[in-house]
Design a protein around this ligand. Structure first.
Ligand code: AGP
Length: 372
């Protein structure tokens, strides 16, 4: 009913708007006044966490994209090797697991059969399983050794939005917590990240306030057949997520690529007026990949692409090559997906509406996939 949608036309719009609160709620009570993490609810002892020699993340769809981003954070902050695998592929390839492997299963619903089967397989090998889940008491957390709940509130639209942002927050918390418990790299950088994380909900709010041009752009592209997405570093999984949103909502052909792969094939797809969304890393800190992606934008534009550039405020280098420029607030590199994903959600939702599609219930899809 209209009341359930809180005045929005679709649950998806409501859930996109709820993201600042979802992010804040997922952090609530988990960072103390001194900036340390208090994740006692994660019932895996500090001693056991210190023994972990490998992290393996399993998930499907959007939750898998959260896992891909988590890998960058976990490896950077903890120096523990981290693999990310589609849950549906995991147990069929005889993965190497043992008692010192920490398996993280990410699932909004907690009922995704592929993810459940992957975690059962991991537990049979003696690994500890930590669930990151949005649904209290669902099957995946019940069958895991421990759970860190995301506090997104119920997500009704089939296309995942607020759950994704909270999955990212939960992954960052786990990564930072592992760093804290193990004493690795816990220092100025980590405390700065914790501080930035506590401001991020306000940044998401600011992005939401500037989405009108993104909606207008989406409407102008309603007749297109294909949209490509490029990203690098954590922007690569963001590109994959942008493409998935467009597939499931707009029923358009959409693909995400790592920008560095362009020359290895995808650049052959570029033709006159093809919309290409590029997620640009921060020019601060990792300036090498920033500069490389700016040359990618130049290259595809020279071949006729219509460039839709998502770049940090103050990044002037992209301006000459952006047919459309979407600004996002400056964040630390690893946290950028929390703000960069939002315009892509809005873009897909508006395109779906412009194409007359059912936003909350896209064809052929179910909210949770409880069969393999
Ligand atoms: C997201 O927009 C999709 N509808 C889908 O990929 C989803 O993320 C996936 O099925 C995993 O669901 P879960 O998080 O409930 O396990």
């Amino acid at each position: 009913s209209a009341a359930e949608k809180g005045g929005y036309d679709y649950f998806m719009l409501k859930e996109i708007a709820e993201q600042p609160k979802a992010v804040a709620d997922t952090l609530l009570g988990r960072i103390d006044a001194a900036g340390s993490l208090t994740l006692d609810e994660v019932r895996i002892s500090a001693a056991e966490l210190r023994e972990v020699d490998k992290v393996v993340i399993v998930a499907c769809g959007t939750a898998f994209h959260a896992g891909l981003i988590a890998k960058y954070a976990i490896e950077h902050w903890t120096r523990i090797p981290c693999e990310v695998e589609l849950a549906s592929e995991f147990r069929y390839r005889d993965p190497i697991l043992g008692p010192r492997s920490l398996v993280i299963a990410i699932s909004q619903s907690g009922e995704t059969m592929d993810t459940l089967m992957a975690l059962r397989h991991a537990r049979e090998q003696g690994s500890k399983v930590l669930a990151i889940c949005n649904t209290n008491g669902s099957t995946i957390p019940r069958e895991s050794d421990a759970v860190l709940y995301t506090h997104a509130g119920p997500e009704v639209a089939v296309a995942s939005t607020k759950a994704f942002l909270t999955q990212l927050v939960a992954c960052y918390l786990v990564a930072l917590y592992l760093g804290q418990v193990r004493g690795t790299k816990w220092g100025d950088e980590i405390s700065a990240v914790v501080r930035d994380l506590s401001h991020i909900s306000g940044e998401v709010e600011r992005v939401l306030e500037t989405m009108e041009p993104v909606r207008a752009l989406a409407r102008s592209l309603a007749d297109k057949k294909t949209v490509l997405f490029l990203g690098r570093h954590v922007g690569y999984p963001v590109a994959l997520e942008g493409a998935l949103k467009l597939k499931e909502l707009a029923y358009m052909h959409a693909e995400g690529f790592a920008a560095g792969e362009l020359k290895h094939g995808p650049i052959a797809l570029i033709e006159e007026d093809l919309p290409v969304v590029v997620v640009v890393p921060s020019p601060r800190g990792r300036s090498v990949i920033h500069d490389k992606i700016v040359s990618n934008i130049q290259e595809i534009r020279a071949r006729g692409a219509r460039t839709i550039v998502i770049a940090e405020e103050g990044d002037e280098a992209v301006v000459p090559y952006a047919d459309h420029l979407i600004r996002i607030p400056a964040t630390p590199t690893l946290l950028q997906p929390l703000v960069a994903t939002v315009p892509l959600q809005v873009f897909a939702c508006e395109l779906a509406t412009a194409r007359g599609n059912e936003v909350d219930q896209p064809r052929n899809l179910a909210k949770s996939v409880t069969v393999e």
